[in-house]
Design a protein around this ligand. Structure first.
Ligand SMILES: [Zn+2]
Length: 153
C-alpha cells in the first residue's frame, strides 16, 4: 500500500500475516490467508495472474452466485476495513466481523437494487449463512444447484 500512499505507519509488510509478506494489492486482497478465507466463504476463486483485469474476469466467470461486482466490491471493502481497523485502531481483525460487515453492506444496497437482483442476493446469502457446517465441496455443489435455478447477474 506504499505506492498508493495508504501506508501511514511506514510498515510495508502485511499486518494480517505473521510471515513478513510484502503488503501489495495481490497479497492483501487475494492471496493472504485472511482474504483467502473470506473468498472461500463466499465462493469466489482467484486465478492470480499479473493483470488485475484478467484476475477479476476469471473470478466473475467462475462465480456461481448473483451480482458478482457488488459482492466483490463489498467483500474487498471489508477486507480493507479489517486491515485498517488493525493498522490504525489496533483492533484485531476478525473473519466473523468481516462476514457480518460484508453481509450488512450487501443488505444496505438492497433499496438501490431491482427486486429480482435483491431476491437473488438474499437467497444467496441464506445459502452462505446455512453453509457453515458444509464442506467446501458440498457448498460448491449446493451453489451449482442454486445457480441452475436462479437469475445470474
Ligand atoms: Zn498477509
Amino acid at each position: 500500500m506504499d505506492r498508493r500512499h495508504c501506508n501511514r505507519s511506514n510498515i510495508s509488510t502485511c499486518r494480517l500475516c505473521s510471515v513478513g509478506m510484502l503488503e501489495d494489492c495481490n497479497h492483501l486482497f487475494f492471496s493472504s490467508p485472511f482474504s483467502a478465507r473470506c473468498w472461500n466463504k463466499i465462493g469466489i476463486q482467484w486465478k492470480l495472474t499479473v493483470d488485475l483485469k484478467d484476475i477479476i474476469i476469471h473470478a466473475r466467470n467462475s462465480f456461481r452466485g448473483p451480482a458478482f461486482m457488488l459482492i466483490f466490491t463489498c467483500a474487498t471493502w471489508h477486507i480493507w476495513k479489517q486491515r485498517n481497523d488493525l493498522v490504525f485502531d489496533r483492533e484485531p481483525y476478525s473473519f466473523r466481523r468481516w462476514f457480518i460487515c460484508f453481509r450488512q453492506e450487501l443488505v444496505y444496497h438492497y433499496p438501490k437494487l431491482k427486486e429480482n437482483i435483491r431476491l437473488a442476493i438474499s437467497d444467496w446469502l441464506n445459502l452462505i449463512d446455512n453453509s457453515l457446517s458444509y464442506s467446501f465441496f458440498q457448498k460448491k455443489t449446493l451453489m451449482k444447484a442454486w445457480t441452475s435455478s436462479q437469475l445470474i447477474c
